[in-house]
Design a protein around this ligand. Structure first.
Ligand SMILES: [Mg+2]
Length: 309
């Protein structure tokens, strides 16, 4: 029996670059500049203080009310109990407006990974705390994406949306406990008919990685916001900056590992590599990030010692 039989995907930040962060940030700004003007000086909030790192560390991945509460507490907003509902409502109205305006994109590496995972025979589920997840997923056409990226797969068919592609959809349901409680992921595994220890969760938020581990599942952390350290500290079994770096062959053999880079460069040179290495935030992935150039030359590189021909 293969070790991994199911993959469970968070949505915001893993599959789509969604406007949640923008909506949390801008809706708090609007409140602080209007109805909440009177308490602004009693908080630590300022227009620039709601950074991506604050979002990733305190808000991302949580259900709406918990996310609102966490942000208000972070900025020491007084009477937070009485303000949570107003902030959450304001944010929700803004995010729906942004989604309907098409203010989001699907991550191509995530779509490639989802297709590869399904092609490997695994069952897949989406499991976002967000009530808006289906709004995104049904707008993403997998058949069009595959066509544009030269991907052929027996699991694709004309007209297929990402929402259709999932074997189970537990996003946006009301659970007694939000992430970092494992309840949503356990429900997803149950609906897939997969034991938790045979499931992999793909998450971009610390709270989500913690939820996966609390549920006895493997976790891949996707560090899209320069927050690899946070995800590793939360217990992720593998942290990558792009899902293209996950070795899907190893995964189907029951191991979570980074792909050994099969790179294409036009003019291989030490200088070329050194430039990429210097840009890399994570030395271990330095050689996995070289993607520029055209396909005139190929070399198999290792993470620690690149070989050149
Ligand atoms: Mg997320």
């Amino acid at each position: 029996m293969p070790k991994f039989q199911g993959s469970i995907f968070d949505v915001d930040g893993v599959l789509v670059d969604s406007p949640h962060q923008k909506a949390w940030r801008e809706s708090l700004r609007e409140l602080m500049e209007s109805d909440w003007r009177g308490i602004r000086d009693r908080t630590t909030w300022s227009p620039d203080a709601f950074t991506t790192l604050v979002y990733q560390q305190y808000v991302s991945g949580k259900p709406r009310a918990s996310g609102a509460r966490a942000a208000l507490d972070y900025f020491h907003v007084p009477d937070a109990d009485q303000r949570v509902a107003e902030y959450a409502q304001h944010k929700q109205e803004m995010v729906v407006r942004l989604i309907q305006a098409g203010d989001f994109t699907a991550y191509p590496d995530a779509l490639r990974f989802v297709i590869a995972t399904k092609d490997a025979g695994m069952l897949i589920a989406d499991a976002s705390s967000s009530k808006n997840a289906a709004l995104f997923l049904r707008q993403i056409r997998l058949d069009t994406f595959a066509q544009e990226h030269g991907i052929s797969s027996p699991t694709l068919r004309p007209g297929l949306t990402l929402l259709d592609y999932f074997d189970a959809d537990v996003s946006g349901r009301d659970f007694a406990h939000g992430k970092p409680d494992p309840e949503i992921f356990l429900a997803a595994a149950h609906e897939l008919g997969v034991e938790p220890r045979r499931a992999i969760v793909i998450e971009d938020a610390s709270a989500g990685v913690q939820a996966a581990k609390a549920g006895g599942m493997a976790a891949i952390g996707v560090a899209r916001a320069d927050d690899a350290g946070l995800l590793a500290a939360a217990g992720a079994d593998l942290v990558v900056t792009t899902l293209d770096d996950v070795d899907t062959t190893a995964m189907s053999e029951g191991r979570l590992a980074r792909r050994q880079a099969l790179c294409r460069v036009t003019m291989p040179s030490r200088r070329h590599w050194a430039a990429d290495e210097a840009q890399s935030k994570d030395g271990r992935s330095a050689y996995g990030t070289i993607t520029r150039g055209t396909g005139e030359w190929r070399a198999r590189l290792t993470a620690t010692e690149p070989t050149m021909r």
